[in-house]
Design a binder for this molecule. Sequence first.
Ligand SMILES: C[S@@+](CC[C@H](N)C(=O)[O-])C[C@H]1O[C@@H](n2cnc3c(N)ncnc32)[C@H](O)[C@@H]1O
Length: 368
Amino acid sequence: MKYRMVERPDLAPLVTFVPNKNLPVHRWFYYKEGFSRDLVQMLLDSFSPSSVLDPFVGSGTTVLTAKENGIAGTGADVHPVALLAARVKTYDYDIPETMRWIEWAMKLKPEPYSVDSVKKFLRQFFLPKNLGKILWYRDKIWNEVEDRKVRDLLTLALMNASLRSSFAFKDGAIVKVRRRPVPPIENSFRRELKKFYVDLDVHPSGKAPSLIVEADARNLPFEDESFDAVITSPPYLNKIEYARVYSIEEELFFPGKRKSPVRSFVGLKLLDRGYLHTLDLYVEDLRNSIEEMYRVLRRGGNVAIVIAGSYIKELNLIFEADVEVARMAEEVGFKVKKIVVARKLWATVKRTRKVGQVRESIVLLKKE
Ligand SMILES: C[S@@+](CC[C@H](N)C(=O)[O-])C[C@H]1O[C@@H](n2cnc3c(N)ncnc32)[C@H](O)[C@@H]1O
């Protein structure tokens, strides 16, 4: 093996979102595809940057952790749900004012609201009375709350509550309807609001500037040499079709927003053109984003890329994403420090037959 590879199975839980589940503010949005605050903390401790970028910011773990440490953080993403979550977690709030608005929202009494004109796609996931009230709450918030940060925060709380009071069941990459007893939306919404309210007490507002922008990691709107470090995790090949997994959230809270699936959302129609083609495009996307990371990073800056490989059934091939990232990074000009292997997962066919192992690793790079 050309690159130094170290096994750190103790880091396995840290490359997942699970440890964030009960952490104040981090828990404001459960992003299954995310990594943990503890991982970012470990990397920040080791890099000691004054500024950090996450070009695939997702729910904002990197930028929020940076803020908690008094470090300036910038994040980019293309997905509206991720952008909303990352922004709400990292805004600088007027805390007492925001708390007053939460109290206002807790006292709201939703009125009946017709769902006849709502798309069938959405209706299948809700009891009509819950769906009607969700739309009522949403319009009330959007009409009455002028402050963008507060409006976004209340919208995120309502988004979480809506899913809690729905029949949606996210099974890997697809959302299924699973009819079951669900709590009234009023209860779910109040519960979410309470969580946000309590956490505002420890929110790192004002500790360091944070910026979340809607931008494509392959073409970042930042000057050359703007950041001291990059801590990020791109989408994994064939893993998640974000556009589909978050379709309920998008339909409810981003109506009319034109979906612009980027090629990094592997899947979609691209698969029609063959798996090899998809793999090529994915690798090209990764390469473009690594080039961008190199461009916007200062000399001496460090990069950590968390990525997992995958098994491509049609080609009977294990795609070693960590090694591929290291190889491309080297071509782009980075020095590859090491590949830290956090997890080895069995790739299976039909969920049972093991066909090989894929690694989930942290690729550590330096711009010398
Ligand atoms: C693995 S997730 C990152 C999760 C993040 N580390 C966290 O803890 O929440 C990858 C993210 O990349 C975003 N993404 C996909 N293609 C992108 C692109 N071309 N530019 C920027 N972001 C993109 C997805 O929307 C998704 O939020």
